[in-house]
Ligand binder design. Structure first.
Ligand code: SF4
Length: 306
């Protein structure tokens, strides 16, 4: 207990997921080992401005993919972030002679390989995800952009060709429940459209691969419990974080007094009116050190209010 009047706790399940920790370790290692070189990351390394600033202070620079074509690769190395990249990025880097360090999360790499395998086998590829999200851009790339990206059952039912053998995948950070309802809606329609086939044959025409990352899906229940056990919840994430948006919704649905912030300056003292139990949590891209900073800031605000 920090004070007799209130308790502020940090969600012990919040903080970086394994894939992000691994990527950041590679970045730090690269910054150390390639101190003579310019170290770039292709796109935003992580959807968290505070962590980006910390790494920029150590020398990390950001290179946008559009800039690749005219980029002078001399004395430079570029890191591929956890979301992964389409094959065209590797080809462009090779063309201009840019050295790459691949820090794609192995779970994303595995998903890319699966999509490619099914695409090569002639399946219609359906991906539950966000069309322009970096991970989906990579997935679209491995199947020559010949896939259907959908966000809901309605969209899936209107876009999928039910005469083709089909596989449904998910971006790793999407909602499990929604994936299940899309899979059920597609399965039903495939059964109806292919009624003349035997059950065994019908199972072969539609496959569903739940490729939602367990670091995201497992957090759901613990986050609900955490949100319910606090009167006010401060949810910390970058505004660009897809995982941050979906976990915020989980927390908000469990506790309407959940407030989203990207940095400590957004904390509003009025949120804590009469609150005795305050919780701090965040996305898989939110660093623990920033959650501690948020806690200190709230303590400061509450002590000034006394
Ligand atoms: S959320 Fe999962 S898939 Fe995404 S980077 Fe983290 S461990 Fe990898």
């Amino acid at each position: 207990m920090q004070n007799q009047d209130y308790i502020i706790s940090i969600d012990e399940n919040a903080g970086f997921c394994w894939g992000v920790v691994r990527t950041l370790e590679k970045v730090e290692q690269c910054l150390e080992e390639c101190s003579e070189k310019n170290v770039y990351v292709l796109g935003e390394i992580i959807h968290n401005p505070s962590e980006i600033k910390r790494l920029e202070k150590k020398g990390l620079k950001t290179l946008l993919k559009d800039e690749l074509i005219n980029f002078n690769p001399e004395n430079s190395v570029a890191i591929i972030r956890a979301h992964g990249e389409p094959p065209s990025t590797y080809e462009e880097a090779e063309k201009i002679g840019l050295e790459l360090v691949d820090a794609t999360c192995p779970l994303v790499k595995n998903l890319q390989n699966k999509v490619k395998k099914y695409f090569d086998k002639g399946f219609q590829i359906v991906i539950y995800g966000k069309h322009s999200h970096a991970e989906v851009v990579g997935l679209r790339g491995v199947c020559d952009d010949k896939c259907i990206v959908i966000n809901s059952s309605e969209e899936a039912l209107s876009k999928v060709d039910f005469t083709k053998k089909t596989v449904l995948f998910s971006q790793t950070t999407m909602e499990k429940k929604e994936f299940q309802s899309i899979a059920a809606a597609l399965q039903e329609k495939f059964n109806v459209e292919n009624e003349s086939l035997s059950e065994g044959e019908r199972l072969k025409i539609f496959e569903q691969k739940d490729t939602i990352c367990k670091y995201v899906s497992n957090r759901g229940q613990s986050l609900i419990d955490f949100a319910k056990s606090n009167e006010v919840v401060i949810f910390v994430a970058g505004r660009n974080s897809s995982n941050g948006k979906s976990l915020f919704t989980v927390s908000y649905n469990a506790n309407r007094k959940t407030y989203f912030i990207e940095n400590i300056y957004e904390i509003n003292k009025n949120w804590f009116e009469n609150a005795k139990q305050i919780g701090i949590t965040g996305a898989t891209s939110t660093p623990q050190w920033y959650l501690i900073l948020v806690k200190k800031e709230i303590e400061k605000i509450l002590s000034l209010k006394k």
